[in-house]
Design a protein around this ligand. Structure first.
Ligand code: SRM
Ligand code: SF4
Length: 567
């Protein structure tokens, strides 16, 4: 796929071009500073790849590309910028600064991401440096929000003021800052830090950083909203009798991206390989990162994630090898309470006399009236927002007396609150897809509402309107809203058609399977109608939809849908 370079060594292996780029980039600098100063609307391919490490993607408006080409014009280029904010936590001041930034640089509002980040779309090349500098002025960063490094660290978002949640929040922040690259490239290119060495030692990452992106999530088993098992490295907190975290169970090798028609690529959930005392969190994290640094496939970027190392070498090898980096074998995994995903929308108590309201944000898009409402609330009540892995926002630290005025502001701006929505609408995720995502094969965010309406009507016809079902829609198989870990996954295939995935569980502990490929949206009713109808009548008491699908299996579901021939 990539051009490739060969590095010296007995077993010279063809490395992907990005490996050569990283090695020769002087710790992620390349000619980025020069290119950003050169004017124009786009950057070179090398700069495109290095920019990711600093939190930005060059994109173009896919909608106008063909017409512009026919008119002899270049594509409408702009830059997406992603903020790294562990656990999705923002202060009120930071939120307001990000909101103001959207006006200053004319972006399409703020977009909350499935990894608890915030993205801006539509920043012109000439504004990239000042926009990133402005984000840093809020004490946030875009450094390592993308690229072959540890990405935004996720954790349970609920602002419950107990020891467990406080420790998880602190752990996510600690890991996030400890795992930033040592290179000062970012500070020199975007923040005008004076140049010093351009070949800093990267003690953990090394000169070529990691083979691929690396994702970390931490959770309490009682709140797996971060879908911890879909991360390269996941942690489940184990508490002692006082309620403090004493240990973590360590899960390794999750990841969801795959390529249609390439069976060598596949989604995978992480395996729990053991446990460590809480004090060893950073040490075991560095051990797992080192394992991936030294063993991940640097020749094929489609197969470079840690999940393929774990799958190819086996879980036992992985456990032992982590132990050798860690300095001793991991302890056996500890018993956990069942993994669950609670509903964080609506009003909740924090445990300190204050409360939070979870406000549903369809596809995480904060624009128009909802943006005005959130700004007014955060300004007036100094509530600190938290982005959830479901692309929603929690407004924390609300005094009991402020609940009614906050709700009134939301209502005055026509913001749908949790109680106004059906469960399927509350639990639907959709990725940006068209027109910004360069990899999108189909629509996702822009068909979210019509698809929900379709499901709502089928569910209503079977008396299932109040059934909690998770629906995840993506514009391609990369899996950005974790479609293979939900109950219904619709994965973009060709325009107007999706692959259907079923049988995952709500709590994110079981992968789904592909029921059918290339299903046109007009055929959804004919497929989901009979399956949901059978679920309504044949489920065992308390059985959830994902569990029902797993129990009936692919062949059974296909026969219900009248597609037995596809089995
Ligand atoms: Fe993602 C690439 C958006 C979470 C798997 N993802 C992309 C890009 C950057 C497209 C590109 O490479 O040109 C998308 C930008 C679209 C746009 O216009 O904004 C994109 N991914 C997103 C976001 C914004 C989706 C959302 O609706 O929120 C999420 C940003 C999270 C963040 O703040 O960091 C996002 N992406 C995910 C997740 C979910 C997660 O991490 O919990 C996954 C699946 C888990 C995983 O990594 O396996 C995910 N994105 C991918 C992949 C496949 C990676 C793989 O190794 O298989 C790609 C493609 C790639 O890296 O080559 C990708
Ligand atoms: Fe783009 Fe595909 Fe990710 Fe959607 S799932 S944002 S289409 S890469």
């Amino acid at each position: 796929m990539d051009g490739g370079v060969r590095l010296p060594g007995a077993e010279a292996k063809k490395l992907s071009a990005v490996e050569g780029l990283k090695a020769g980039s002087h710790r992620l600098r390349g000619r980025l500073a020069e290119e950003l100063a050169e004017g124009g609307t786009q950057v070179s391919e090398d700069a495109y790849n290095l920019l990711k490490f600093h939190g930005s993607y060059e994109q173009y408006d896919r909608e106008t590309a063909t017409a512009r080409k026919q008119a002899g014009q270049e594509k409408d280029y702009s830059f997406m910028v992603r903020v790294r904010m562990p656990g999705g936590r923002l202060t009120a001041a930071q939120y307001l600064a990000l909101d103001a930034l959207s006006d200053r640089y004319g972006t399409t509002g703020l977009r909350l991401t499935t990894r608890q980040g915030v993205q801006f779309h539509g920043i012109p090349k000439g504004d990239l440096k000042p926009a990133i500098a402005d984000i840093n002025a809020t004490l946030l960063t875009t450094q390592a929000a993308c690229g072959d490094v540890v990405r935004n660290v996720m954790t349970t978002p609920a602002p419950i003021r107990d020891t467990l949640h406080g420790q998880l929040d602190a752990a996510a922040r600690m890991l996030s800052s400890a795992l930033l690259p040592a290179s000062r490239a970012y500070h020199q290119i975007f923040l005008d830090e004076e140049s010093g060495s351009t070949d800093e030692v990267e003690p953990l990452y090394g000169a070529t950083y990691l083979p691929r992106k690396f994702k970390i999530g931490l959770a309490a088993p009682t709140d797996n909203t971060p879908d911890v098992l879909t991360n390269d490295l996941g942690f489940f907190a184990i508490c002692d009798e006082s309620g403090a975290i004493s240990h973590y169970n360590v899960a390794v090798g999750g990841g969801l991206g795959m390529t249609h028609n390439n069976a060598r690529t596949f989604p995978r959930l992480a395996d729990i390989v053991g446990s460590v005392p809480a004090a060893d969190l950073i040490k075991v994290t560095e051990a797992v990162i080192s394992l991936q640094r030294d063993n991940g496939d640097r020749g094929d970027r489609r197969r470079a994630r840690l999940k393929y190392v774990v799958e190819d070498r086996g879980v036992d090898w992985t456990r032992e090898t982590i132990g050798s980096y860690f300095g001793r074998p991991l302890d056996p995994a500890l018993p956990m309470t069942p993994i669950a995903v609670p509903d964080l929308l609506g009003w909740h108590e924090q445990g300190n006399g204050l409360g939070w309201i979870g406000v549903p944000i369809p596809s995480g898009r904060i624009d128009g009236a909802v943006r005005v409402a959130l700004r007014e609330i955060v300004e007036r009540f100094a509530s600190d927002p938290i982005v959830t892995p479901q692309q929603d926002i929690l407004l924390s630290d609300v005094a009991p007396a402020d609940r009614a005025p906050i709700e009134a502001i939301l209502r005055a701006h026509g913001v749908a609150l949790a109680d106004d929505l059906t469960p399927i609408s509350r639990w639907t995720l959709a990725c940006p897809a068209l027109p910004t995502c360069g990899l999108a094969l189909t629509e996702a965010e822009r068909v979210r509402e019509p698809l929900i309406a379709k499901f709502e009507s089928v569910l209503a016809s079977h008396g299932l309107s109040q059934e909690r079902i998770s629906l995840r829609i993506t514009g391609c198989p990369n899996g950005c809203v974790r479609p293979y870990a939900g109950e219904i996954g619709l994965v973009g295939r060709v325009p107007g058609a999706y692959a259907i995935y079923l049988g995952g569980d709500f709590a994110g502990t079981r992968l789904s399977f592909q029921l059918l490929d290339r299903v046109k949206v007009v055929d959804f009713d004919a497929i989901f109608g009979p399956i949901l109808g059978a679920f309504a009548t044949d489920r065992v008491p308390g059985e959830e939809f994902g569990d029902y699908c797993a129990r009936i299996g692919r062949a059974g579901l296909l026969s219900l849908a009248g597609r037995a021939e596809a089995a």
